[in-house]
Design a protein around this ligand. Structure first.
Ligand SMILES: Nc1ncnc2c1ncn2[C@@H]1O[C@H](COP(=O)(O)OP(=O)(O)OP(=O)(O)O)[C@@H](O)[C@H]1O
Length: 615
């Protein structure tokens, strides 16, 4: 039978077998049947219409393998890489079951519970349900319990017996505790990002949920990696699952190019400036940083060059966070700076795919280096404000994300995998660029460097190992430092203005503003893009001056032979980090049209923007 192009290679890791059953089906495959099509699954025509509307011409590997088994009623534990289409792989069988049931019965009840680790992901999954069920009319109704609406409103919506509930485990348990009947007629349970839910601290919630589930329910566990956490969930929720280990090499290798750059703390800022001021990345970027203060530090730094960005972190109000993600997906913003506070920790995998605990710093000095410097009391207060159900690096499907920039390297290879998985999704292109601080340079700039960077080199080794196992390479990106150096004094100037006070004030201001905006984020604004402009999240903080002389790059600083002369990936004559052309920002265009300003200038007067803050 004809096969579409996938690496013809067996996964060397042994298939997991369960201790509770002997009839587990384990499928390890890299191939998808070229004749596989959504039509052959026997799906309801309304779903086929929904699929066509999404422009899905063929099922992905995980969809081709999981959907038929799920339609047969099998429990499934599927491991497939990030961005490989797992969401539709579990949603289509769930939707099909609902439509089939409704052919013969008018009875209303909740038949599917979908659990995800973060509110951001719950919002996304809910949207995919709406798209796939777009032609099902009122036959499919779903609710997202992780959205920020009052419990009373949620309860009244639940009393209407929605077909599908999407939620984080803790939100689900709150409602199950109020009404046990909520789950009494469930036929399907899905746990998406199964490798992550436990690391989010949902163990007790999941235990609670498991006690409220009816017997005979079909369970679908979806995961990017098979870890001990997934094993635990499997034994808690599955009976006789089909285990799918899927390596979709087309989706995995083709589109993603990974680079790393060894540099000092100051050089991180220097490179950032050069990359964005010279527009070396074409398209949208997520910059990952180690903590919330770092995100404001980077934002304030960029701001002085007239480079706008949004920060995203767990202390922002949920509505604002969800709105930022949505707007980023609509190409309203080019740069989001996300602090990865709920980093994916948990076990790493060894060469045989077995879980090993994340290595801890070994010496007391390293231990000290990895301790945050601020006082514990203050930190506790800050932590209380954070939302443990926040997460950007996992599960989220960012449209056309060109680049994941690890300004601060994550501390585990698992976390790295999830971060870079935000780009090059579903056969698209993307790059990741990671800044790595060599140990000797960390000691030199210790006071300003993020503490986890003390272990960057060791972490990079582990990351390389895990990427090599997947057949991927992380290439060094050799910036032409002689050219980059010409920008150093401008970088120094700007970095000096980013004082601790400026960072603190920017953080407080952002919180205040976002709290206000979050109250105003109503459907009305979604439908009135004009009003939406007033709610942009990438406004200038006012804590640093937008410096007129830093805004424009003079001719003499530009590299000879064009921008591409600045960036030379090792071993190749590739030009700049050239990616896809991203759709023009419609809202910005509309604003330019309205104000009569050209694309080059925003018309802001830097003098007026200067608010005389302490510097
Ligand atoms: N059959 C298909 N054909 C083309 N594109 C698809 C298909 N199925 C899904 N996609 C697209 O692929 C992207 C990734 O899908 P999805 O978010 O389901 O991945 P995932 O495997 O759940 O990733 P993660 O593990 O990061 O959560 C989405 O933009 C989705 O619209």
């Amino acid at each position: 039978m004809a096969k579409r192009k996938h690496r013809d290679e067996e996964d060397p890791a042994p298939a997991i077998t369960t201790t509770t059953t002997t009839t587990t089906t384990a499928i390890t495959t890299t191939e998808v049947d070229a004749n596989a099509s959504f039509a052959t699954f026997g799906l309801d025509p309304r779903l086929l219409q929904g699929i066509a509307k999404q422009n899905f011409s063929h099922p992905t590997l995980v969809q081709a393998k999981a959907i038929p088994l799920a339609l047969e009623g099998r429990d499934i534990l599927a491991r497939a890489k990030t961005g490989s289409g797992k969401t539709a792989a579990y949603l289509l069988p769930v939707l099909q079951a609902i439509l089939k049931r409704k052919e013969t019965s008018e009875e209303k009840f909740t038949s599917a519970l979908i659990l995800v680790p973060t509110r951001e992901l719950a919002q996304q999954v809910h949207k995919v349900i709406e798209s796939l069920a777009a032609y099902c009319g009122k036959h499919v109704r779903s609710i997202n319990l992780a959205q920020n609406i009052s419990e009373k409103v949620q309860q009244s919506l639940l009393s209407e017996k929605q077909d599908i509930i999407v939620s984080t485990p803790s939100r689900a348990l709150v409602h199950i505790n109020v009404s046990k009947s909520l789950t009494s007629q469930l036929t399907h349970l899905v746990i998406d990002e199964a490798d992550l839910v436990l690391s989010y601290g949902y163990e007790d919630d999941l235990q609670g949920v498991s006690k409220a589930l009816p017997k005979g329910l079909q369970t679908l566990l979806m995961s990017a990696t098979l870890t001990t956490e997934v094993e635990t969930l499997k034994s808690l929720f599955c009976r006789n699952p089909a285990i799918l280990r899927l390596e979709d090499v087309d989706a995995e290798g083709e589109g993603l190019t990974q680079y790393c750059v060894k540099c000092s703390e100051d050089e991180k800022f220097l490179l950032l400036y050069v990359i964005f001021k010279l527009k070396l990345i074409k398209g949208k970027t997520i910059i990952f940083v180690g903590d919330i203060d770092r995100s404001y530090r980077v934002k304030l730094f960029l701001e002085q060059f007239g480079i706008r960005s949004c920060v995203l972190n767990s202390e922002l109000p949920v509505n604002s966070r969800l709105h930022i993600v949505e707007e980023f997906n609509k190409n309203v913003y080019e740069i989001v700076i996300a602090s990865d506070e709920n980093e994916v920790l948990g076990d790493e995998e060894d060469d045989d795919g077995n879980s090993i605990p994340t290595p801890k710093p070994t010496t007391s000095q390293e231990q000290a280096e990895s301790e945050p410097t601020s006082k514990p009391k203050k930190r506790k207060k800050a932590r209380n404000r954070k939302d443990k159900e926040y997460g950007i690096s996992r599960g989220l499907d960012f449209n056309n994300l060109a680049c994941v920039l690890n300004f601060d390297l994550p501390t585990t290879s698992k976390s790295y995998t999830h971060r870079i998985g935000r780009t090059a999704r579903a056969h698209k292109n993307g790059i990741s660029l990671s800044f790595v601080i060599p140990t000797h340079l960390f000691s030199k700039h210790k006071p300003t460097t993020h503490p986890t960077c003390a272990n960057d080199e060791r972490t990079l080794q582990r990351i390389r190992k895990s990427q090599t196992k997947l057949g991927r390479e992380i290439k060094p990106y050799a910036f032409d430092m002689a050219q980059v150096d010409a920008f150093r004094y401008r970088m120094d100037d700007a970095l000096r203005a980013v004082t601790k006070v400026a960072v603190r004030e920017a953080r407080m201001r952002e919180l205040r503003v976002e709290l206000m905006k979050s109250e105003r984020l109503k459907r009305h604004f979604e439908e009135n893009p004009g009003d939406l402009l007033a709610l942009r999240h990438d406004g200038e903080s006012g804590q640093v001056r937008v410096q007129a002389h830093l805004r424009h790059v003079p001719e003499y600083l530009l590299p000879k032979g064009g921008k591409s002369g600045m960036l030379k990936p090792a071993g190749g004559a590739v030009g700049h980090v050239g990616l896809r052309k991203v759709r023009e920002n419609r809202i910005r265009k509309a604003r330019q049209k309205k104000t009569g300003r050209g694309a080059a200038g925003t018309g802001r007067d830097p003098v007026k923007m200067y608010r005389g803050g302490k510097r």
